[in-house]
Ligand binder design. Structure first.
Ligand code: NAD
Length: 317
């Protein structure tokens, strides 16, 4: 049985599509990219080159010239999909856009190819219902930037063929991703439901005046997030009481239940709240500083990923 995909087509080459392209090319796949915007297609060679270069500088990739030579920009979706055994759809997160693209992709792929959607939270059944070959589609949701963050959520639609999740799981694991399986569809999947719980609480705490934005961010960056870089919430609490998880639950379950009961009527993020938080963020970081700060984040992430990989190797020895 084939372990990896030989030809990966990327449909939608924005932030996420480019990250996927770089990762697959580094792993040895031939990668074709299609984006509907001509300006985006023109900018792709230099963007992809910079991403590969940054990975090499961070010590996370070698032979990036070879990887670059495996990337091909196509001017039509038909050309990009021709001969692809895997398609990573990464267009806008809008159900009507994804539905139209799924219909076009479904009509162009072979009946053996698989299509993973990068959808952040819309389940595949919401946009593949009318697509030809709809049993070849599933969600393959990465974390941004996909070439640095390993986890990928795999979520089948009710009609996804039984071989699709295991095939994608194997192929992604073989290139260093960490696939996790969501057993049935739910809006937001696992990752964004967890992120949503934290974000909703962060907005509410700020709105109710309990802490500043900086201090809420610091609580995660310099507290919770440190452990979360290498262990999840269940393992975290298992190590936070001498008797393990059951001991932790006995001590703190009432506190957490009380917290949950205090938020049974969640409010939406109001326009006024968004304006106030946004104004504070823009004082800390002007809008035109976002690209530079994003590259800074990616450099920090690359260093962290390098550190975590080294730690995993030393744990194994
Ligand atoms: N940005 C994130 O943090 C993140 C993380 C994980 C998943 N995602 C998901 O990945 C997908 C892409 O998000 P992104 O952040 O890369 O957005 P983006 O805006 O950077 O890129 C989307 C690209 O798709 C192209 N596009 C739109 N319609 C198209 C079509 N019909 N055919 C071909 N190309 C088309 C656009 O021109 C654009 O370049 C979304 O589903 C998003 O929810 C985003």
């Amino acid at each position: 049985m084939k372990e990896t995909f030989e030809h990966v087509a990327i449909a939608g080459a924005g932030l996420v599509g480019c990250g996927w392209a770089v990762q697959f090319a580094l792993a040895g796949s031939e990668v074709t990219l299609y984006d509907e915007r001509a300006e985006t297609r023109q900018s792709l060679p230099s963007r992809l080159h910079v991403m590969l270069d940054d990975l090499e500088k961070a010590g996370l990739a070698k032979n990036t010239q070879d990887a670059f030579s495996r990337l091909r920009i196509c001017h039509t979706l038909e050309n990009a999909l021709d001969g692809a055994d895997y398609v990573q759809e990464s267009v806008f997160e809008r159900v009507e856009v994804k539905a139209e693209v799924a219909r076009r992709i479904g009509a162009l792929i072979s009946s053996q190819a698989i299509v993973g959607s990068s959808s952040s939270g819309i389940p595949a059944s919401a946009f593949t219902q009318d697509a030809p070959n709809r049993e070849r589609f599933l969600i393959s949701h990465p974390v941004n930037p996909p070439h640095l963050a390993p986890v990928v959520e795999l979520v089948p639609a009710p009609w996804t063929a039984p071989d699709a999740v295991p095939t994608v799981r194997r192929a992604l694991a073989a290139i260093g991703k960490v696939p996790v399986e969501v057993k049935r569809e739910i809006d937001g999947f696992i990752l964004n439901r967890l992120q949503g719980a934290l974000l909703n609480e962060a907005w509410a705490l700020y709105e109710e005046g309990y802490a500043s934005i900086q201090d809420i961010d610091a609580t995660v960056a310099h507290g919770l997030g440190l452990r979360w870089a290498f262990m999840g919430p269940f393992e975290t609490i298992d190590l936070n009481a001498p008797g393990g998880l059951a001991d932790y639950a006995e001590r703190l379950a009432p506190l957490y239940h009380g917290i949950a009961l205090s938020r049974t009527q969640p409010r939406s993020w109001s326009a006024d709240l968004i304006r106030r938080v946004s104004e504070e963020r823009r004082q800390a970081l002007p809008l035109d500083g976002i690209p530079a700060r994003t590259r800074w984040r990616d450099r920090r992430l690359a260093a962290l990923v390098g550190h975590l990989r080294a730690q995993e190797r030393s744990d194994e020895n």
